[in-house]
Write a protein of this length. Sequence first.
Length: 82
Amino acid sequence: MYIHLGGEKIIRASELVAIFDISIEQSSKLSKQFVAGARERKGVEVIGEEESKSIVITKQKVFYSPISSSTLKKRAHHFAAT
């Protein structure tokens, strides 16, 4: 199964590790360090030109998505239940 992250970006549900609201980047020092490390490895992708609302962590990359974390979580849970 696949999860649409916004724009033309789709990932396999099996690759998904975590979905966070964008606010975690401001409130957590650990998340800032994690994303900074991913940026150094060229493992960050911003989807579309809209303001990012969520951070999606996969096994290979970190995505900044214009779709809210609650919507993405609903999509992920829908596929997990089927």
